[in-house]
Design a binder for this molecule. Sequence first.
Ligand code: VGL
Length: 208
Amino acid sequence: MSIAAIDVDPQKTFTPLCPNELPVGEGDTIGSELNQQAKLANYRVLTKDAHPHNAIWVVKAHEDMLSPLDHPNADLTWVSHAVPGTTGFETIPDLPPVTDYDHVIWKGIEPDLHPYGACYHDLQEKLSTGLIEWLQSKDVSTVLIGGLATDYCVKTTALQLQATGLFIVIVNLAACRGIAAETIKQACHEMKEAGIRVCSSTEAVKAL
Ligand code: VGL
């Protein structure tokens, strides 16, 4: 039985370092908390958004974001973000090089996909990214989750892992930042309702 720490989308695109993309307040400050969390685990996994610039959900202006799309695998419009080769795609400060992780998932690489969770490429949850299978192959029984953003990709990844019934799922809020207070609160409520353990600090994770 092993523990895996999962760093969900800790990328500059979700930080004030990329104000024209999807900046999350203090998103660039969670690197050391993610490192602390990883010390509690046997394995460390990184997930990254990797979106083409011509994705069907891209809008030019921030005010045009969050419009519903009638598409099975892209539910909302977003400004372009996390494009490989750009600054926004890079991981935030203080994290180890990608090659130091035990496993890496790149998601959203097709122009007609915009997944939030790291377990499936599509919103229908038919196309596995292999994350669940990889965790199973390593005999992982507990996952510790941090990253960006609490109210979107962290929440969805945690809910997908919890839904498998295979893992104890812990979300460490000290190692997360979210987009808006109201949606963060709602996300925490949803995660707790699903049976996920939502902790406010790495110390609280240790005490579990
Ligand atoms: C995310 C909004 C759009 C996230 C990704 O990583 O939480 N949020 N795309």
